[in-house]
Design a protein around this ligand. Structure first.
Ligand code: NAD
Length: 498
């Protein structure tokens, strides 16, 4: 029997053999493990453990909480090879890409190490005669995170380090498709000194998620995943009285103006469209060329460069990208390529029939380039989430911006140009949450915050950074006076003013 990936409850790994599903190695197509699927009972156990840990953890000084995060950061760095191996084996991303994911996650741990500073609050002296007023940031209690398959380490690290240093206790439900790396880092946090029960991990799918959404002891839910599920999570969590932020899917366009540096455009598009097999919510999946001249040049250069891309197993550093996550997802991506062709687009480079010579059962899709895409095509409207770059041709920058502004998603976008005035106009007027100017993947650093607009985010606050502190705390404002013999006032029936 293959290894079973269990849950992590009250500091112990709990393996439940009664309900499991296979975990694949996408590079080979083989089943590598099974994962336990938790339901309401497992969520209740995890929440009970988090609830029991809360009183003591919430009173632990922020500096002590931060010291555990410092140690956690060291352990993440010392165990990079093992973490990247686990990510690669179950997700399929190449080891250098897994290392990049881990590094971006570690940066969130570093930010969380600033807990004493982040939680300092705000103070106003003498808001009235001898009256001082200040705000404090209090933890919420037990909070939960639900994460997607495409960043099994980075996205959980967007959530739990911040929630925990703010004094909350946490229940994490990772993706059931690549659960091992997430479980591994949770155990490292225990090794770093985190008390049992402060972080709990329950593996599973919809049943576990639904149990989180209705659990009366969970105060807040942070979600990252596809838009239909994000919308469902937001609606259900808020209807059950919880604070919620739900980040959804994307369709990220790059506008290429005629004056753009073409070498920069081609290099950027290659990495941002095909890196991680296009399975990034910030992947650039549409290049909007302004004018046929730049479109033709760009396509010719892309075709040449794409001929050299290496697709293969996660453990070989020479590869540029690996397989997609499942056989079903491979079929879906190929379906989008075929539908674009049927609806009138031109397939310039077709990766849909790639079969890897050494791993013929792996879930590989080759880099694909499609020209002549229009906004009525289903491949344009949908988030493909595969190594597919679609090219659209427009006559003006305004037309390109209207396409982006009309799209239901508003996660990331970028513009390639040497014209500062055009770039500034674009940044000011584009209806998208994260904008790059000659930068393909404008993922904000850990001390900013991450989020999209429109149907790419449901809720009021972005993820991590300063918005993360706000999401995982609630404000208490205290106004104080110590009456003395000299200061005595009679009853006052109007609204107090200065
Ligand atoms: P997904 O929506 O299928 O799954 C996300 C989480 O929801 C998983 O934990 C999964 O178990 C759970 N889930 C799945 N179906 C459910 C259901 N019917 N009811 C309740 N819970 C359910 O997403 P995915 O395929 O794992 O990840 C890819 C998606 O995530 C893409 O759409 C991508 O754009 C998006 N994503 C967004 C961001 C962002 O920051 N906006 C970041 C990463 C990924």
């Amino acid at each position: 029997m293959s290894q079973i990936v269990g849950h992590f409850i009250n500091g112990e790994v709990v393996v439940d053999e009664s309900n499991t599903q296979p975990v694949f190695n996408p590079s080979t197509g083989e089943i590598s493990k099974q994962v336990s699927l938790g339901g309401a009972k497992t969520i209740d156990e995890a929440v009970a453990s988090a609830k029991a840990a809360f009183p003591s953890w919430s009173k632990t000084p922020p500096l002590k909480r931060a010291r555990i995060m410092f140690k956690f950061k060291e352990l993440l760095e010392q165990n990079t090879a093992e973490i990247c191996r686990l990510i690669g084996e179950e997700h399929g991303k190449i080891i250098h890409d897994a290392a990049g994911e881990l590094q971006r996650g570690i940066e969130n741990v570093e930010y969380a190490c600033g807990a004493p500073e982040l939680l300092k609050g705000e103070h106003s002296r003498n808001v009235g005669p001898n009256i001082d007023s200040w705000s404090e940031f209090h933890p919420l209690g037990v909070v939960a995170g639900i994460t997607p398959f495409n960043f099994p380490v980075m996205v959980p690290l967007w959530m739990f380090p911040m929630a925990i240093v703010c004094g909350n206790t946490f229940v994490l439900k990772p993706s059931e498709r690549d659960p091992s790396a997430t479980l591994y880092i949770a155990q490292l946090l225990k090794e770093a000194g985190l008390p049992d029960g402060v972080l709990n991990v329950v593996n599973g799918g919809k049943e576990a998620v639904d149990a989180i959404l209705v659990n009366k002891d969970i105060q807040a839910v942070s979600f990252v995943g596809s838009t239909p599920i994000a919308e469902y999570i937001y609606r259900t969590a808020t209807a059950n009285g919880k604070r919620c932020q739900a980040l959804g899917g994307a369709k990220n366009h790059a506008i290429v103006l005629p004056d753009a540096d073409l070498d920069n455009v081609v290099n950027s598009l290659l990495g941002a469209a095909f890196g991680s097999s296009g399975e990034r919510c910030m992947a650039l999946s549409v290049a909007v060329a302004v004018g046929d001249e730049i479109a033709d040049k760009m396509i010719a250069a892309l075709k040449d460069a794409m001929a050299n891309l290496k697709v293969g197993i996660h453990s070989d550093k020479q590869n540029d990208f690996g397989p997609v996550i499942t056989a079903e997802h491979k079929t879906k991506v190929i379906g989008h390529i075929k539908s674009a062709e049927q609806q009138g687009a031109t397939i310039c480079v077709d990766g849909s029939d790639l079969v890897h010579t050494d791993y013929e059962n792996g879930f590989y899709v080759g880099a694909t380039l499609i020209d002549g895409v229009t906004k009525d095509m289903s491949s344009y409207q949908a988030e493909i989430f595969g190594p597919v770059l679609q090219v659209m041709r427009v006559k003006t920058m305004q037309e390109a911006m209207e396409l982006i502004n009309e799209h239901e998603y508003g996660n990331g976008t970028c513009i390639y140009t040497r014209d500062g005035e055009a770039a500034r106009y674009f940044a000011d007027n584009i209806q998208v949450g994260m904008v790059g100017i000659n930068i393909p993947l404008p993922v904000p650093v850990a001390y900013q915050s991450f989020g999209g607009w429109k149907r790419s985010l449901f809720g009021d606050l972005f993820m991590y950074g300063p918005d993360g502190v706000r999401f995982f705390t609630r404000r208490k404002t205290i106004t104080q006076r110590w009456p003395t013999a000299q200061i005595r006032e009679g009853a006052q029936f109007s609204m107090p003013t200065l």
